[in-house]
Design a protein around this ligand. Sequence first.
Ligand SMILES: NC(=O)c1ccc[n+]([C@@H]2O[C@H](COP(=O)([O-])OP(=O)(O)OC[C@H]3O[C@@H](n4cnc5c(N)ncnc54)[C@H](OP(=O)(O)O)[C@@H]3O)[C@@H](O)[C@H]2O)c1
Length: 381
Amino acid sequence: MKHISILGATGSIGLSTLDVIDQHPEIFQLDTLVAHRNVDGMLALIKKFHPRSAIMTDDLAAKALLTQNTSSTTIESGMDAAIAAAKSSLSDTVVAAMVGAAGLPATLAAVTAGKDVCLANKECLVTAGRLFMDAAKKHHARIIPIDSEHAAVHQALQGHDHDSVRRIILTASGGPFRLRSVESLHNITPEEAIAHPNWAMGAKISIDSATMMNKALELIEARWLFDIAPDQLEAIIHPQSIVHAMVEYTDGNVLAQMAMPDMRAPIAYALQPHLRIHSGVAWLELAMQQDLSFFAIDVARFPAMNMVAEVMRGDDGHAVVMNAANEIANAAFRQRRIGFMDILPLVERALTDIAITPVHQLHDIWALDQHTRIKTEEFIH
Ligand SMILES: NC(=O)c1ccc[n+]([C@@H]2O[C@H](COP(=O)([O-])OP(=O)(O)OC[C@H]3O[C@@H](n4cnc5c(N)ncnc54)[C@H](OP(=O)(O)O)[C@@H]3O)[C@@H](O)[C@H]2O)c1
Protein backbone atom coordinates (compact mmCIF):
# COMPACT_ATOMS: atom_id res chain seq x y z
CA MET A 1 0.00 0.00 0.00
CA LYS A 2 1.29 3.50 -0.86
CA HIS A 3 0.51 6.24 1.67
CA ILE A 4 -0.04 9.54 -0.11
CA SER A 5 -0.24 13.17 0.97
CA ILE A 6 -1.30 15.90 -1.44
CA LEU A 7 -0.07 19.50 -1.20
CA GLY A 8 -2.62 21.60 -3.11
CA ALA A 9 -5.44 19.05 -2.87
CA THR A 10 -8.26 21.44 -3.80
CA GLY A 11 -6.64 22.55 -7.09
CA SER A 12 -6.88 21.19 -10.59
CA ILE A 13 -3.95 18.75 -10.18
CA GLY A 14 -5.01 17.86 -6.65
CA LEU A 15 -8.51 16.87 -7.80
CA SER A 16 -7.20 14.90 -10.80
CA THR A 17 -4.81 13.07 -8.45
CA LEU A 18 -7.69 12.20 -6.12
CA ASP A 19 -9.63 10.89 -9.11
CA VAL A 20 -6.78 8.48 -9.98
CA ILE A 21 -6.26 7.45 -6.34
CA ASP A 22 -9.99 6.78 -5.98
CA GLN A 23 -9.81 4.25 -8.84
CA HIS A 24 -7.23 2.16 -6.92
CA PRO A 25 -8.19 1.67 -3.25
CA GLU A 26 -6.09 -1.53 -3.28
CA ILE A 27 -2.88 0.46 -4.00
CA PHE A 28 -3.31 3.90 -2.44
CA GLN A 29 -4.20 5.11 1.05
CA LEU A 30 -4.64 8.85 1.63
CA ASP A 31 -2.79 10.42 4.54
CA THR A 32 -2.95 14.24 4.50
CA LEU A 33 -4.64 16.78 2.23
CA VAL A 34 -3.30 20.34 2.22
CA ALA A 35 -5.00 23.45 0.79
CA HIS A 36 -4.78 27.20 1.32
CA ARG A 37 -8.16 28.97 1.73
CA ASN A 38 -10.80 26.89 -0.01
CA VAL A 39 -12.74 25.67 3.04
CA ASP A 40 -15.78 24.41 1.10
CA GLY A 41 -13.52 22.52 -1.29
CA MET A 42 -11.64 20.88 1.59
CA LEU A 43 -14.88 19.98 3.41
CA ALA A 44 -16.11 18.22 0.26
CA LEU A 45 -12.81 16.31 -0.02
CA ILE A 46 -12.92 15.25 3.65
CA LYS A 47 -16.46 13.99 3.18
CA LYS A 48 -15.59 12.01 0.06
CA PHE A 49 -12.06 10.73 0.75
CA HIS A 50 -11.77 10.58 4.60
CA PRO A 51 -8.08 11.60 4.85
CA ARG A 52 -6.32 11.04 8.19
CA SER A 53 -5.64 14.77 8.40
CA ALA A 54 -6.43 18.03 6.57
CA ILE A 55 -4.40 21.23 6.71
CA MET A 56 -5.31 24.77 5.64
CA THR A 57 -2.15 26.87 5.30
CA ASP A 58 -4.27 29.97 5.97
CA ASP A 59 -5.05 30.22 9.70
CA LEU A 60 -8.51 31.79 9.32
CA ALA A 61 -9.49 29.12 6.81
CA ALA A 62 -8.26 26.43 9.22
CA LYS A 63 -10.44 27.91 12.00
CA ALA A 64 -13.47 27.89 9.70
CA LEU A 65 -12.75 24.28 8.68
CA LEU A 66 -12.40 23.21 12.30
CA THR A 67 -15.80 24.71 13.13
CA GLN A 68 -17.54 23.01 10.21
CA ASN A 69 -15.78 19.63 10.26
CA THR A 70 -17.89 16.83 11.76
CA SER A 71 -15.66 13.92 10.63
CA SER A 72 -12.79 12.16 12.44
CA THR A 73 -10.23 13.86 10.14
CA THR A 74 -7.72 15.88 12.18
CA ILE A 75 -7.63 19.57 11.21
CA GLU A 76 -4.38 21.54 11.37
CA SER A 77 -3.34 25.05 10.46
CA GLY A 78 -0.43 26.86 8.79
CA MET A 79 2.50 26.24 6.45
CA ASP A 80 4.54 24.70 9.30
CA ALA A 81 1.90 21.98 9.64
CA ALA A 82 2.09 21.41 5.86
CA ILE A 83 5.89 21.11 6.08
CA ALA A 84 5.59 18.64 8.99
CA ALA A 85 3.06 16.57 7.01
CA ALA A 86 5.35 16.56 3.95
CA LYS A 87 8.16 15.16 6.15
CA SER A 88 6.03 12.80 8.23
CA SER A 89 6.77 9.08 8.11
CA LEU A 90 3.02 8.43 7.83
CA SER A 91 3.30 8.93 4.06
CA ASP A 92 5.86 7.64 1.56
CA THR A 93 4.67 9.66 -1.45
CA VAL A 94 3.95 13.39 -1.62
CA VAL A 95 2.13 14.98 -4.55
CA ALA A 96 3.43 18.55 -4.86
CA ALA A 97 0.57 20.50 -6.45
CA MET A 98 0.46 23.85 -4.68
CA VAL A 99 0.71 26.74 -7.10
CA GLY A 100 3.69 29.09 -7.18
CA ALA A 101 6.90 29.39 -5.18
CA ALA A 102 4.73 29.10 -2.03
CA GLY A 103 4.95 25.34 -2.64
CA LEU A 104 8.74 25.26 -2.27
CA PRO A 105 9.23 24.82 1.54
CA ALA A 106 6.82 21.89 1.92
CA THR A 107 7.97 20.20 -1.30
CA LEU A 108 11.62 20.56 -0.30
CA ALA A 109 10.74 19.11 3.12
CA ALA A 110 9.36 15.99 1.37
CA VAL A 111 12.58 15.78 -0.68
CA THR A 112 14.84 16.04 2.38
CA ALA A 113 12.76 13.32 4.04
CA GLY A 114 13.68 11.04 1.10
CA LYS A 115 10.10 10.62 -0.15
CA ASP A 116 8.80 9.84 -3.60
CA VAL A 117 7.80 13.31 -4.80
CA CYS A 118 5.29 13.50 -7.65
CA LEU A 119 6.07 17.01 -8.81
CA ALA A 120 3.52 19.28 -10.48
CA ASN A 121 4.79 22.48 -8.85
CA LYS A 122 7.26 23.64 -11.50
CA GLU A 123 7.98 26.90 -9.64
CA CYS A 124 9.97 24.83 -7.08
CA LEU A 125 12.50 23.87 -9.72
CA VAL A 126 12.47 27.27 -11.41
CA THR A 127 13.38 29.06 -8.20
CA ALA A 128 15.56 26.45 -6.48
CA GLY A 129 16.38 23.81 -9.10
CA ARG A 130 20.03 23.31 -8.17
CA LEU A 131 19.36 23.11 -4.42
CA PHE A 132 16.29 20.93 -4.94
CA MET A 133 18.00 18.34 -7.15
CA ASP A 134 21.11 18.24 -4.90
CA ALA A 135 18.82 17.57 -1.92
CA ALA A 136 17.03 14.81 -3.86
CA LYS A 137 20.37 13.14 -4.62
CA LYS A 138 21.61 13.49 -1.05
CA HIS A 139 18.42 12.16 0.57
CA HIS A 140 17.61 9.53 -2.10
CA ALA A 141 14.27 11.12 -2.94
CA ARG A 142 12.71 10.15 -6.26
CA ILE A 143 11.34 13.13 -8.19
CA ILE A 144 8.76 11.98 -10.71
CA PRO A 145 7.36 14.79 -12.85
CA ILE A 146 3.63 15.33 -13.27
CA ASP A 147 3.92 18.19 -15.77
CA SER A 148 2.82 16.37 -18.96
CA GLU A 149 5.85 17.40 -21.03
CA HIS A 150 8.29 16.32 -18.33
CA ALA A 151 6.42 13.09 -17.68
CA ALA A 152 6.77 12.47 -21.44
CA VAL A 153 10.53 13.10 -21.33
CA HIS A 154 10.86 10.92 -18.21
CA GLN A 155 9.26 8.05 -20.13
CA ALA A 156 11.30 8.62 -23.32
CA LEU A 157 14.55 8.62 -21.32
CA GLN A 158 14.00 5.23 -19.67
CA GLY A 159 16.72 2.70 -20.48
CA HIS A 160 18.91 5.19 -22.35
CA ASP A 161 22.33 6.58 -21.68
CA HIS A 162 22.19 10.24 -20.56
CA ASP A 163 25.20 11.13 -22.72
CA SER A 164 23.45 9.92 -25.86
CA VAL A 165 20.70 12.56 -25.58
CA ARG A 166 21.12 15.24 -28.24
CA ARG A 167 18.03 17.34 -27.63
CA ILE A 168 14.91 17.45 -25.50
CA ILE A 169 11.94 19.07 -27.26
CA LEU A 170 8.88 20.18 -25.28
CA THR A 171 5.67 20.89 -27.14
CA ALA A 172 3.44 23.91 -26.47
CA SER A 173 -0.17 24.24 -27.60
CA GLY A 174 0.30 27.96 -28.24
CA GLY A 175 -2.57 28.76 -25.87
CA PRO A 176 -5.78 30.59 -26.75
CA PHE A 177 -4.17 33.49 -28.66
CA ARG A 178 -1.81 31.69 -31.04
CA LEU A 179 -3.68 32.93 -34.10
CA ARG A 180 -4.90 36.35 -32.83
CA SER A 181 -3.26 39.55 -34.05
CA VAL A 182 -0.89 41.01 -31.45
CA GLU A 183 -2.84 44.34 -31.57
CA SER A 184 -6.04 42.59 -30.53
CA LEU A 185 -4.43 41.22 -27.37
CA HIS A 186 -4.49 44.57 -25.54
CA ASN A 187 -8.11 44.19 -24.43
CA ILE A 188 -8.01 40.53 -23.47
CA THR A 189 -9.93 39.74 -20.26
CA PRO A 190 -8.74 37.23 -17.62
CA GLU A 191 -11.68 34.98 -18.58
CA GLU A 192 -10.51 34.86 -22.22
CA ALA A 193 -6.92 34.16 -21.18
CA ILE A 194 -7.94 31.38 -18.79
CA ALA A 195 -10.02 29.58 -21.46
CA HIS A 196 -7.32 27.21 -22.73
CA PRO A 197 -8.21 25.35 -25.95
CA ASN A 198 -6.96 21.88 -24.85
CA TRP A 199 -6.41 21.74 -21.09
CA ALA A 200 -8.61 22.52 -18.04
CA MET A 201 -6.13 23.95 -15.52
CA GLY A 202 -5.85 26.37 -12.61
CA ALA A 203 -6.05 30.12 -13.34
CA LYS A 204 -2.35 30.95 -12.91
CA ILE A 205 -0.96 28.27 -15.23
CA SER A 206 -3.69 28.99 -17.81
CA ILE A 207 -2.58 32.61 -18.04
CA ASP A 208 1.06 31.49 -18.12
CA SER A 209 0.12 29.32 -21.10
CA ALA A 210 -1.44 32.29 -22.89
CA THR A 211 1.75 34.37 -22.45
CA MET A 212 3.99 31.30 -23.11
CA MET A 213 5.60 31.97 -19.73
CA ASN A 214 4.49 28.46 -18.81
CA LYS A 215 6.79 27.02 -21.49
CA ALA A 216 9.59 29.30 -20.28
CA LEU A 217 9.17 27.94 -16.74
CA GLU A 218 9.02 24.39 -18.12
CA LEU A 219 12.33 24.77 -19.96
CA ILE A 220 14.01 25.72 -16.68
CA GLU A 221 12.18 22.85 -14.94
CA ALA A 222 13.49 20.42 -17.59
CA ARG A 223 17.03 21.74 -17.25
CA TRP A 224 17.18 20.74 -13.59
CA LEU A 225 15.04 17.60 -13.71
CA PHE A 226 17.01 16.00 -16.52
CA ASP A 227 20.42 17.58 -15.84
CA ILE A 228 20.60 18.89 -19.39
CA ALA A 229 22.37 21.95 -20.84
CA PRO A 230 20.06 24.84 -21.80
CA ASP A 231 21.23 24.71 -25.43
CA GLN A 232 19.96 21.11 -25.66
CA LEU A 233 16.43 22.24 -24.77
CA GLU A 234 13.81 23.43 -27.25
CA ALA A 235 10.12 24.13 -27.40
CA ILE A 236 7.88 23.92 -30.46
CA ILE A 237 4.21 24.61 -31.06
CA HIS A 238 1.95 21.57 -31.40
CA PRO A 239 -1.63 22.89 -31.26
CA GLN A 240 -3.30 19.49 -30.73
CA SER A 241 -1.44 18.68 -27.43
CA ILE A 242 -1.18 14.97 -28.31
CA VAL A 243 2.62 14.68 -28.51
CA HIS A 244 3.83 16.05 -25.18
CA ALA A 245 7.60 15.94 -25.69
CA MET A 246 10.36 14.25 -27.68
CA VAL A 247 13.87 13.09 -26.90
CA GLU A 248 16.30 13.06 -29.78
CA TYR A 249 19.30 10.74 -29.47
CA THR A 250 22.73 11.09 -31.07
CA ASP A 251 21.99 8.29 -33.55
CA GLY A 252 19.08 10.28 -35.03
CA ASN A 253 16.32 8.29 -33.32
CA VAL A 254 13.62 10.45 -31.76
CA LEU A 255 11.28 9.08 -29.07
CA ALA A 256 7.98 10.92 -28.71
CA GLN A 257 5.32 10.30 -26.07
CA MET A 258 1.63 10.70 -26.93
CA ALA A 259 -1.54 10.78 -24.85
CA MET A 260 -4.85 12.60 -24.81
CA PRO A 261 -4.52 16.00 -23.08
CA ASP A 262 -5.74 14.85 -19.66
CA MET A 263 -3.50 15.28 -16.60
CA ARG A 264 -4.63 11.95 -15.17
CA ALA A 265 -2.23 10.20 -17.60
CA PRO A 266 0.98 11.78 -16.24
CA ILE A 267 -0.43 11.66 -12.68
CA ALA A 268 -1.03 7.87 -12.90
CA TYR A 269 2.49 7.46 -14.28
CA ALA A 270 3.97 9.55 -11.45
CA LEU A 271 2.04 7.70 -8.73
CA GLN A 272 3.16 4.26 -9.98
CA PRO A 273 6.12 4.84 -12.34
CA HIS A 274 6.52 2.04 -14.91
CA LEU A 275 3.64 -0.06 -13.53
CA ARG A 276 0.95 1.47 -15.78
CA ILE A 277 -2.23 1.62 -13.72
CA HIS A 278 -5.61 2.61 -15.16
CA SER A 279 -6.08 6.39 -15.14
CA GLY A 280 -9.51 6.97 -16.67
CA VAL A 281 -8.02 8.88 -19.61
CA ALA A 282 -9.80 8.40 -22.97
CA TRP A 283 -7.95 6.14 -25.41
CA LEU A 284 -6.03 7.97 -28.12
CA GLU A 285 -7.59 7.22 -31.51
CA LEU A 286 -5.04 8.63 -33.92
CA ALA A 287 -7.21 7.93 -36.99
CA MET A 288 -9.81 10.31 -35.50
CA GLN A 289 -7.26 13.12 -35.18
CA GLN A 290 -7.55 15.45 -38.16
CA ASP A 291 -3.95 16.50 -38.01
CA LEU A 292 -0.82 16.49 -35.88
CA SER A 293 1.12 19.64 -36.71
CA PHE A 294 4.31 21.27 -35.42
CA PHE A 295 5.56 24.87 -35.86
CA ALA A 296 8.47 26.95 -34.65
CA ILE A 297 7.46 29.41 -31.90
CA ASP A 298 7.10 32.99 -33.15
CA VAL A 299 9.34 34.80 -30.64
CA ALA A 300 7.98 38.21 -31.64
CA ARG A 301 4.52 37.07 -30.49
CA PHE A 302 5.88 35.16 -27.48
CA PRO A 303 8.83 37.16 -26.05
CA ALA A 304 8.96 34.83 -23.03
CA MET A 305 10.99 32.47 -25.21
CA ASN A 306 13.87 34.93 -25.73
CA MET A 307 13.59 35.99 -22.10
CA VAL A 308 14.05 32.45 -20.78
CA ALA A 309 17.04 31.83 -23.06
CA GLU A 310 18.70 34.89 -21.46
CA VAL A 311 17.67 33.80 -17.96
CA MET A 312 19.18 30.34 -18.43
CA ARG A 313 22.45 31.92 -19.62
CA GLY A 314 22.63 34.03 -16.42
CA ASP A 315 23.12 33.24 -12.73
CA ASP A 316 20.47 31.15 -10.95
CA GLY A 317 18.98 34.29 -9.34
CA HIS A 318 17.62 35.41 -12.73
CA ALA A 319 15.10 32.58 -12.66
CA VAL A 320 14.03 33.56 -9.12
CA VAL A 321 13.35 37.12 -10.32
CA MET A 322 11.58 35.99 -13.49
CA ASN A 323 9.32 33.65 -11.53
CA ALA A 324 8.45 36.06 -8.71
CA ALA A 325 7.78 39.00 -11.07
CA ASN A 326 5.62 36.74 -13.22
CA GLU A 327 3.61 35.54 -10.20
CA ILE A 328 2.88 39.15 -9.23
CA ALA A 329 2.08 40.28 -12.80
CA ASN A 330 -0.08 37.20 -13.45
CA ALA A 331 -2.09 37.85 -10.26
CA ALA A 332 -2.39 41.59 -11.03
CA PHE A 333 -3.84 40.73 -14.46
CA ARG A 334 -6.34 38.32 -12.87
CA GLN A 335 -7.32 41.14 -10.46
CA ARG A 336 -7.73 43.48 -13.48
CA ARG A 337 -5.04 45.84 -12.15
CA ILE A 338 -2.97 45.53 -15.35
CA GLY A 339 -3.65 44.47 -18.93
CA PHE A 340 -2.63 41.20 -20.57
CA MET A 341 0.08 42.93 -22.59
CA ASP A 342 1.59 44.45 -19.41
CA ILE A 343 2.57 41.06 -17.96
CA LEU A 344 5.78 40.36 -19.86
CA PRO A 345 7.09 43.96 -19.87
CA LEU A 346 6.79 43.90 -16.06
CA VAL A 347 8.83 40.70 -15.86
CA GLU A 348 11.35 42.18 -18.30
CA ARG A 349 11.61 45.31 -16.15
CA ALA A 350 12.17 43.25 -13.02
CA LEU A 351 14.99 41.37 -14.76
CA THR A 352 16.59 44.64 -15.88
CA ASP A 353 16.12 46.80 -12.76
CA ILE A 354 16.56 44.36 -9.88
CA ALA A 355 20.08 43.52 -8.72
CA ILE A 356 20.53 39.77 -8.97
CA THR A 357 22.05 38.58 -5.71
CA PRO A 358 23.73 35.14 -5.31
CA VAL A 359 21.30 32.35 -4.37
CA HIS A 360 23.23 29.54 -2.67
CA GLN A 361 20.81 28.78 0.18
CA LEU A 362 17.05 28.73 0.59
CA HIS A 363 17.11 32.00 2.55
CA ASP A 364 18.97 33.72 -0.34
CA ILE A 365 16.25 32.54 -2.71
CA TRP A 366 13.46 33.77 -0.41
CA ALA A 367 15.15 37.15 0.07
CA LEU A 368 15.45 37.71 -3.70
CA ASP A 369 11.93 36.34 -4.28
CA GLN A 370 10.39 38.68 -1.68
CA HIS A 371 12.39 41.69 -2.87
CA THR A 372 11.25 41.04 -6.46
CA ARG A 373 7.61 40.79 -5.39
CA ILE A 374 7.82 44.17 -3.59
CA LYS A 375 9.62 45.85 -6.51
CA THR A 376 7.19 44.44 -9.09
CA GLU A 377 4.25 45.77 -7.07
CA GLU A 378 5.99 49.18 -7.06
CA PHE A 379 6.39 49.02 -10.86
CA ILE A 380 2.65 48.31 -11.14
CA HIS A 381 1.76 51.30 -8.96
N1 LIG B 1 -3.42 22.25 -13.83
C1 LIG B 1 -2.64 21.60 -14.66
O1 LIG B 1 -3.12 20.94 -15.60
C2 LIG B 1 -1.14 21.61 -14.47
C3 LIG B 1 -0.34 20.96 -15.40
C4 LIG B 1 1.04 20.92 -15.17
C5 LIG B 1 1.59 21.53 -14.08
N2 LIG B 1 0.79 22.19 -13.20
C6 LIG B 1 1.40 22.86 -12.03
O2 LIG B 1 0.79 22.34 -10.84
C7 LIG B 1 0.71 23.37 -9.84
C8 LIG B 1 -0.75 23.50 -9.42
O3 LIG B 1 -1.50 23.93 -10.53
P1 LIG B 1 -3.10 23.90 -10.54
O4 LIG B 1 -3.49 24.24 -11.93
O5 LIG B 1 -3.57 22.62 -9.93
O6 LIG B 1 -3.41 25.13 -9.57
P2 LIG B 1 -4.79 25.51 -8.85
O7 LIG B 1 -5.92 24.81 -9.49
O8 LIG B 1 -4.82 26.98 -8.77
O9 LIG B 1 -4.61 24.89 -7.37
C9 LIG B 1 -3.60 25.37 -6.54
C10 LIG B 1 -3.59 24.63 -5.22
O10 LIG B 1 -2.60 25.24 -4.39
C11 LIG B 1 -3.19 25.78 -3.20
N3 LIG B 1 -2.56 27.07 -2.90
C12 LIG B 1 -2.74 28.24 -3.56
N4 LIG B 1 -1.98 29.22 -2.98
C13 LIG B 1 -1.34 28.64 -1.93
C14 LIG B 1 -0.46 29.13 -0.94
N5 LIG B 1 -0.08 30.42 -0.89
N6 LIG B 1 -0.01 28.26 -0.01
C15 LIG B 1 -0.39 26.96 -0.03
N7 LIG B 1 -1.23 26.44 -0.95
C16 LIG B 1 -1.70 27.26 -1.90
C17 LIG B 1 -4.67 25.94 -3.53
O11 LIG B 1 -5.44 25.92 -2.35
P3 LIG B 1 -6.89 26.68 -2.28
O12 LIG B 1 -7.74 26.00 -3.29
O13 LIG B 1 -7.33 26.44 -0.89
O14 LIG B 1 -6.61 28.11 -2.61
C18 LIG B 1 -4.91 24.73 -4.44
O15 LIG B 1 -5.10 23.58 -3.67
C19 LIG B 1 1.28 24.63 -10.49
O16 LIG B 1 2.62 24.76 -10.14
C20 LIG B 1 1.17 24.37 -12.00
O17 LIG B 1 2.15 25.04 -12.75
C21 LIG B 1 -0.56 22.23 -13.37
